[in-house]
Design a protein around this ligand. Structure first.
Ligand code: NAG
Ligand code: NAG
Ligand code: NAG
Ligand code: NAG
Ligand code: NAG
Ligand code: NAG
Ligand code: NAG
Ligand code: NAG
Length: 187
């Protein structure tokens, strides 16, 4: 039985090593769009977000065009008010959109670098898009920690993903070896 246990733990270890840095396509196939004729968002982004698990180092991919903006904020007040303030260090404009009518296709990648509540919205059209559903909030989990490539303010967490996975694997192997030794004792 012991070799099976070892295989099981090895699988757990390998799987946990492979769970870093997921891409989340915002809105699924609907993308990040607003219809200004009907005043509606392409999908319910809160519902979409509730189907996902977000970890540090993951990316949100916004398939959109220049008729929407993409804003990340940690400032709940700004999110609820649908306003982006350039001098607010908690707000980052990833895409400000462009002049009406051009609809230039855009793909915007946003890395998740801070755990906790992250808020996304479009402030295009004086907040009308955001007020009509082009906005959502997510809860970002620590996961395996922030990859070194994304180390930027705020200061990096103490664990890099590699050391995180490594120590987890060492712990898993340690546990399985202990279990095998335990079994040998009974034989
Ligand atoms: C907006 O919705 C209207 C009515 O459903 C539709 O005719 C139009 O094609 C839509 N516009 C875009 C850009 O999808
Ligand atoms: C979007 O879905 C959420 C539940 O996930 C619901 O509470 C909310 O009312 C929906 N919004 C719209 C505009 O339908
Ligand atoms: C959050 O946003 C509100 C509204 O824009 C602003 O008044 C406030 O100063 C911001 N808070 C921080 C900490 O920047
Ligand atoms: C809320 O948004 C309005 C415009 O929609 C703006 O005039 C006002 O300053 C904003 N309030 C805060 C606290 O940011
Ligand atoms: C914008 O943010 C700055 C810095 O947080 C703040 O002092 C200012 O009041 C904000 N402006 C608005 C309109 O909220
Ligand atoms: C914004 O600046 C304030 C004080 O200057 C700081 O406490 C806060 O952590 C900063 N927020 C972010 C997201 O950098
Ligand atoms: C882009 O959005 C603006 C404001 O909502 C609207 O007036 C314009 O018709 C939109 N253009 C397209 C191509 O959807
Ligand atoms: C969309 O909603 C805003 C209020 O949020 C309103 O001022 C505007 O006239 C509406 N546009 C359409 C096309 O219904």
């Amino acid at each position: 039985m012991a070799p099976y246990l070892l295989a099981l733990f090895t699988t757990i270890c390998v799987v946990s090593a492979a769970t870093g840095n997921k891409d989340h396509f915002v809105g699924g196939t609907a993308g990040w769009f607003f219809n200004s004729t009907t005043n509606t968002s392409a999908t319910n982004y809160s519902s979409w977000a509730s189907t996902q698990t977000f970890n540090l180092g993951d990316y949100l991919i916004f398939n959109t065009n220049s008729n929407q903006s993409v804003i990340l904020t940690y400032n709940r007040t700004a999110y609820l008010n649908c306003t982006a303030n350039d001098s607010d260090n908690e707000t980052t404009v990833y895409s400000s959109g462009g002049p009406d009518g051009f609809s230039t296709p855009l793909t915007i990648s946003v890395p998740l670098t801070i755990a906790g509540p992250n808020y996304f919205f479009s402030d295009y059209s004086d907040g009308v898009q955001c007020q009509h559903g082009l906005a959502f909030q997510i809860q970002v989990q620590r996961g395996i920690g922030l990859p070194p490539s994304l180390n930027q303010p705020p200061p990096p967490p103490p664990q890099t993903p590699n050391s995180g996975v490594f120590s987890r694997c060492v712990a898993v192997y340690g546990l399985s070896v202990a279990l095998i030794l335990l079994q040998l004792q009974f034989w």
